[in-house]
Design a protein around this ligand. Structure first.
Ligand SMILES: Nc1ncnc2c1ncn2[C@@H]1O[C@H](COP(=O)(O)OP(=O)(O)O)[C@@H](O)[C@H]1O
Ligand SMILES: [Mg+2]
Length: 233
C-alpha cells in the first residue's frame, strides 16, 4: 500500500435480509472511501443500516454484492478463515455493548485479541504479546485495572478495555458501532475523546456509527445513510 491507497474502499455494497416471503433491502449500493488518519461519522436513523454496513466492512458478514478493499486488498470474496485472519490483523471493532469476555480479565481480553492477530495460539506465553496488551491498557488509562474482570469495571472502563483490545494490534481501520451509546453523556465524551486520540496516534482510519450530532461533530467527516444509500452531508 502506498500513501495514496485508501485504507478502505467500498463500492456498490448491497445487503438484504430475507424474512419469510419478504425481502428487506437494507443497503442498496453503498460506496465509501476512507484514508489513513480520517475520522468519519456514519449517521442515519435507527434501522437505516449502520450496523449492517459496519458488519460488512468488519468482515463479520458478507455483502450480497459489491467490493471491499482494505489497504488495496480485496476482502469481499474471502472465506471465513481468511476473513477472520484479515480482520484480526487489520481491523479493530468497538461495539455499543462492549462485548468483552466475562470470564477473562481486562489484560486477558486484550491479550486474546493480540494473540489472534499475531497468529499465536491463545495459550501461548509470549512475553512480547503480554507487553503489548499491557501497554494498550496503559494507553487508555487502565494500568491499575489489568486483573479486573468486566463485571468489576464501570461501563466507561469496559469500553476503554474494548478500545485497547481494538487497537492493540495497530489496525489500519477502526470501526465503532455507537461506542458511546451505553454510556452517560460525560463518560461518553471521555471515551470518544480517548478513542479518537488513540486512533489518531496510530494513524488508523475511523468509521464510527452514531446518531448523536455531538459525536459526529468530533469527527472530520460525516456520511449519512438514508433509504439504503449513502447521502453525503
Ligand atoms: N439479521 C437480521 N435479519 C433481519 N433483519 C435485520 C437483521 N439485522 C438487521 N435487520 C434489519 O435491517 C435494518 C437495519 O438494521 P441495522 O443495520 O441494525 O440499523 P442501524 O444500525 O442503523 O439501527 C433494520 O430494519 C433491522 O430490523
Ligand atoms: Mg445499529
Amino acid at each position: 500500500m502506498n500513501d495514496s491507497t485508501p485504507v478502505l474502499a467500498a463500492s456498490g455494497l448491497k445487503k438484504s435480509y430475507r424474512m419469510g416471503v419478504e425481502t428487506l433491502a437494507v443497503l442498496r449500493g453503498v460506496s465509501l472511501t476512507l484514508h489513513a488518519g480520517e475520522t468519519c461519522a456514519l449517521m442515519g436513523a435507527s434501522g437505516s443500516g449502520k450496523s449492517t454496513l459496519l458488519h460488512l466492512l468488519g468482515l463479520m458478514d458478507r455483502p450480497d454484492a459489491g467490493e471491499i478493499l482494505i489497504a488495496g486488498e480485496p476482502m469481499h470474496g474471502l472465506g471465513p478463515r481468511r476473513a477472520a485472519r484479515a480482520r484480526a490483523a487489520r481491523i479493530g471493532f468497538v461495539f455499543q455493548q462492549f462485548q468483552l469476555m466475562h470470564e477473562l480479565s481486562a489484560l486477558e481480553n486484550v491479550l486474546l485479541s493480540r494473540r489472534l492477530a499475531a497468529g499465536a495460539p491463545w495459550w501461548s506465553r509470549g512475553a512480547a504479546e503480554r507487553a503489548a496488551a499491557r501497554a494498550a491498557l496503559e494507553s487508555v488509562g487502565l494500568a491499575a485495572r489489568l486483573r479486573h474482570r468486566p463485571t468489576q469495571l464501570s461501563g466507561g472502563e469496559q469500553q476503554r478495555v474494548a478500545i485497547a483490545r481494538a487497537l492493540v494490534s495497530k489496525p489500519v481501520l477502526l470501526l465503532a458501532d455507537e461506542p458511546t451509546g451505553n454510556l452517560d453523556r460525560r463518560t461518553g465524551e471521555e471515551v470518544l475523546t480517548l478513542l479518537l486520540a488513540r486512533a489518531k496516534e496510530q494513524g488508523a482510519a475511523v468509521l464510527l456509527a452514531t446518531h448523536d450530532p455531538a459525536v459526529a461533530a468530533a469527527c472530520s467527516r460525516t456520511l449519512r445513510l438514508h433509504e439504503g444509500l449513502v447521502v453525503i452531508s
